[in-house]
Design a protein around this ligand. Sequence first.
Ligand SMILES: NC(=O)CC[C@H](N)C(=O)O
Length: 387
Amino acid sequence: MTAPAPTTTTRPRAARRERVPAVLVLEDGRTFRGQAYGAVGETFGEAVFNTGMTGYQETLTDPSYHRQVVVMTSPHIGNTGVNDDDPESARIWVAGYVVRDPARVPSNWRSVRSLDEELTAQGIVGISGIDTRALTRHLRERGAMRVGIFSGEALADEAALLARVQQAPEMTGADLSSEVATTAAYVVPAVGTKRFTVAALDLGIKAMTPQRMAERGIEVHVLPATATLDDVYAVNPDGVFLSNGPGDPATADLTVVRGVLERKTPLFGICFGNQLLGRAVGFGTYKLKYGHRGINQPVQDRATGKVEVTAHNHGFAVDAPLDRVSDTPYGRVEVSHVCLNDDVVEGLNLLDTPAFSVQYHPEAAAGPHDAAYLFDRFVKLMEGQRA
Ligand SMILES: NC(=O)CC[C@H](N)C(=O)O
């Protein structure tokens, strides 16, 4: 993994509970004044909101949030402190954190420190005490946009701060997977008897994903984002997995995905992986106005008609027709899942090639477990291929 994003700089904080003024400046000029939460300093990123009432540790450590400043719509965050079991990666990836009313005293049997301490220790600049409902409504109406959080001194000149926010990098066109992915391959062993080998491309993978596969007898070889088709086939895989990850899917190289489809090796993708599969077969991707981030998003499986409540974190989506099966260079492709809030494509199924993907998070970290069957579907696809 690489060093923290260069878009953040921090200063030491004198006393832990000292009230340090902070200001959040959106790129369209709207500002919110509050207090520093976590590290004191300044940070820039894309302002997005997450509606989960629980699972803040999983959110903070999800590499897909790299370069994003996350606004929590739930007003009380930090109540259960921080433990060493729930992180989805080795560090916090959000570029900044926005909370209405953080817990002053955490209480949970697993808690080893407070969230404020953890954010400070990891150099994550945050702000608290602002009207997160007004901020969320603003983002919902105007769309996700660049933002800066500044704390400490020299906050009076808002015009100067705004100019700096407007110079920060945009999310559209950002190629970020290699900034968060492992640089060395590693293996997550199967739990119990090993049944399959999977090559998983780490584009920003969450720890729970290989775990969910390992629980099903899969030995997972996690490979760097830069892995070639030869690297993938060097592990002699029964299946290939494309992970979640940060950034704009339009920047990704599709050579490996297309090579796997051509060889008809079973393929499963999650989130960024869904977007790559979509682009590999010829669909476009586009930026959503404000994205889906939370753990209670209703998705319909169009094959069964069943509705699942699911975990989401995506700002881009695949542009594929809902009303018909598409003919592509890899055969017929259908939209398998759709979000019931806004009809956004939430899954793809290839009818002539053993490949499928979903835009949401069946690993459910954090989140409801309704979509766990998708890992079983991947196992079935690999079983079918052997038969
Ligand atoms: N969690 C993910 O994989 C996110 C994918 C992509 N970066 C998006 O925002 O849509």
